[in-house]
Design a protein around this ligand. Structure first.
Ligand code: TRP
Length: 382
């Protein structure tokens, strides 16, 4: 579904344009806000991404948590379109999924949509899509999910996904696909069929273990796939899958847009060197005045600042500290250089840890993909 009736922004799985108004998205997509009442059902301590409402809306999260508290377990699904190296924005839903897995003892299904990227990207060869899927799988393994309770698969390799996809595809009319996803799915018939393959992922626990509530942490741009899966689920005797939606992390060069891997200067890649991070953060868009003098006289706008937003959402948990900073920025007392330096150091530290965990993950990858407990069940039961 595409939102933005006033045509000032667009959000679809394959296109995000303009400054996204999340309140309007909630209205137009017909999803629910993640409010304090729901947040409390997660228990303490809360993940920073929830506390900051980076995850801001949901479908059926209340139902799924209620059932969980009555003793019914759910499984998680999230995914990655392997069109290149991964950025920090791709890492966030995975880290959140890891946290949810630990808190709720949930199985996790992670789909790499090598087929989707092959259909959608004009210049991406079949072989390269497969290669990115292999590389991305290592970054995902580095997130630290439980290797016996996590199944990571790539559609062009785990071709058994075709079996549930076929069962689902039969229930999706061409008109529904067009109405839900727009004209882009008409560009080739691989693309037209693909929504059934992602819907198969969003319902996968049902096919592996019998009826299972599924919860999907996803960028709000992916919601159309969930809608389709929710339409089909009852027809197959499965509960409707729910979702928690994240915002789209601002790219470094403007507030409100989406970080894009195809515009490297807007993004921090998990593979960036310290030097690259320094340079990119130094050039980031801030809410500061154009000159030091202007900043001192008029003050800055932390609410319109990419650097402040990243620190606030991703790194610094201390509310009082962030409020003090925002105030002294508004008063023109705190300058951008300080915030930039801090963000640079935080990101470099994070990337170093990630690289270390990635080296270790190499030994675990076959568990995630083939012979861990959940992986075996999936290969056998589908
Ligand atoms: N289509 C997603 C992308 O291009 C990948 C994906 C597959 C996904 N299954 C998912 C994302 C489930 C979120 C949740 O990135």
């Amino acid at each position: 579904m595409s939102a933005g009736s006033e045509e000032d922004f667009t959000v679809t799985p394959w296109e995000v344009e303009g400054e996204v108004d999340y309140d309007r998205l909630i209205q137009e997509f017909g999803v629910q806000e993640i409010d304090q009442g729901i947040i409390e059902r997660f228990g303490e301590p809360l993940h920073l991404y929830l506390k900051r409402r980076y995850f801001f809306s949901h479908r059926d999260l209340d139902r799924i948590l209620d059932e969980y508290h009555q003793g019914r377990k759910f499984a998680l699904a999230t995914g990655r379109g392997p069109s290149g190296n991964m950025t920090i924005a791709h890492y966030i839903p995975l880290e959140f999924t890891r946290w949810m897995q630990e808190r709720f003892d949930a199985d996790v299904y992670i789909q790499l949509t090598s087929d989707e990227k092959f259909y959608v990207k004009q210049d991406l060869s079949f072989e390269l899509a497969e290669e990115y899927a292999r590389q991305n799988a290592l970054d995902i393994a580095a997130v630290g999910l439980d290797p016996d309770k996590t199944f990571i698969f790539s559609n062009l390799e785990f071709t058994k996904i075709y079996r549930p996809a076929a069962k689902i595809a039969k229930h999706i009319t061409f008109n529904t696909a067009k109405a839900t996803f727009g004209e882009s799915v008409l560009k080739n018939i691989g693309w037209s069929f693909f929504p059934a393959v992602q819907a198969a992922h969003l319902l996968l626990g049902n096919f592996v273990d019998g009826p299972t509530p599924m919860l999907v942490p996803m960028g709000i741009d992916q919601d159309s796939f969930l809608k389709i899966a929710r339409d089909v689920a009852p027809k197959l005797g499965f509960p409707k899958p729910g979702a928690v939606h994240s915002r789209l992390l601002s790219g470094l060069l403007e507030i409100g847009g989406k970080m894009s891997a195809s515009e490297p200067e807007t993004a921090i890649f998990l593979s960036d060197t310290a030097e690259q991070v320094r340079e990119k953060i130094w050039n980031a868009f801030t809410g500061g005045g154009a000159t030091k003098r202007e900043h001192r006289e008029r003050g800055g706008e932390p609410d319109r600042c990419v650097v402040f937003q990243w620190l606030y959402t991703l790194f610094i948990d201390d509310d009082a500290e962030m409020e003090r900073r925002a105030q002294s920025c508004r008063l023109g007392e705190r300058f951008c250089g300080l915030c930039k330096e801090e963000l640079t150091e935080d990101i470099i530290g994070f990337l170093e840890d990630h690289a270390e965990r990635k080296r270790k993950a190499e030994g675990e990858i076959s568990k995630y993909m083939y012979d861990g407990e959940l992986a075996r069940r999936a290969w056998e039961n589908l």
